[in-house]
Design a protein. Structure first.
Length: 346
């Protein structure tokens, strides 16, 4: 069975209150997926079809409630059932089994850790401040818990890139002849790595905070490209982006900043480029009317300081900095960030 999220598949035939029910029950779908990932349900099923009792033993979970979780995951299109045995769908096997190249478990966990924020989003809308429960949870975190939270976030960004985002970016660009790329706020460096795989003459520097380096270096080694992709500790608002860059990539960073800081970052990118160099802004873009799409709109609401911007806004800022031939390009096959804005230094 191929996975489907058609309306009638998820919640039955549309009726008078269907639209409302679809909205209010969406959180339960997310909660079910989060539970399945946390007990490593799909990894347990990678060994082959199993009964609810066998799966409960593998996952060390409550037998009756494990069966309930299996039924829910089957209803969501993540599992199939033959007789009394459940097994992963191809989709779940590809994206939800730990160790697969396109595993998305850290992304699911990272988003699950935003649960309290969404419960209190009305407080944020009213006051401009995060809710008391989220703030209290943050204050109670130990240093080791903060480190683990950061590791999950950085690895989640690697999950996103590996699920089609990095290939979509590479397909949207022509970096023939380019030799040095600076990936600003590049986190795990996955985009730099995939672009270096695509272009053998390319080398890259990933600029990010010191706590990101151990995760990034591990991913560099997994690609076997640690001789061509290097990590540089820095703060993209405080530090320069180097000199002699042929390409500066700003992927998923502008949405976390104010308009003024976006201008600053674009200026720093411009100053670091050689003549004819490219600035590439990959982002989760609103349409120019700011009526959608839904994911950029929801993502914007959850941001503490920044916001989702429209492609036209970013293109205008790039032109004001001095970039020419500025173009907004949609991405095909993306997993998160839906467009790039590309400009050339004069």
């Amino acid at each position: 069975m191929s996975i489907t999220f058609s309306d009638d598949y998820l919640l039955g035939k549309p009726g008078p209150a269907y639209f409302f029910q679809r909205l209010v029950w969406s959180y339960a779908i997310t909660g079910t997926l989060l539970a399945a990932v946390r007990v490593d349900l799909f990894t347990a099923l990678a060994a082959g079809p199993a009964s609810p009792a066998d799966i409960a033993a593998r996952c060390r979970t409550h037998p009756l409630n494990t069966e309930k979780l299996l039924v829910a995951c089957a209803a969501m299109g993540l599992l199939e059932k033959d007789g009394d045995l459940y097994h992963n769908t191809p989709f779940a096997d590809r994206h939800l089994v730990r160790g697969r190249p396109t595993y998305q478990g850290e992304l699911v966990e990272h988003l699950g850790r935003q649960w309290t924020r969404w419960v209190e989003i009305d407080h944020f809308v009213r006051t401009g401040e995060r809710g008391p429960q989220e703030l209290a949870e943050g204050e109670m975190m130990t240093h080791l818990e903060r480190q683990e939270d950061h590791r999950i976030w950085i690895t989640a960004m690697h999950n996103v890139a590996m699920a089609g985002q990095a290939e979509a970016l590479a397909d949207a660009l022509d970096l023939s002849g380019r030799r040095l790329l600076c990936d600003v706020g590049g986190g795990p460096g996955t985009y730099a790595l995939v672009l270096c795989q695509r272009y053998p003459q390319l080398q890259a520097v990933v600029l990010d905070l010191p706590e990101t380096e151990p995760v990034a270096q591990e991913i560099f080694r997994s690609f076997g490209l640690e001789d061509r992709v290097h990590f540089r500790v820095g703060d993209y608002l405080q530090d320069t982006y180097g000199q002699g860059n042929d390409v500066v990539l700003l992927s998923g960073v502008l949405h976390g900043e104010t308009v003024e800081d976006c201008h600053l970052m674009l200026r720093k990118a411009y100053d670091s480029l050689t003549p004819g160099g490219l600035a590439v802004v990959q982002e989760i873009l609103l349409n120019d009317e700011k009526t959608g799409p839904l994911l950029p709109a929801l993502f914007s609401l959850h941001m503490t300081y920044g916001t989702s911007y429209a492609g036209g806004e970013i293109a205008r800022w790039m032109a004001e900095v001095g970039f020419t031939d500025v173009e907004v390009r949609p991405l095909k096959g993306y997993a998160w960030l839906n467009g790039v804005v590309v400009g050339t230094k004069r």
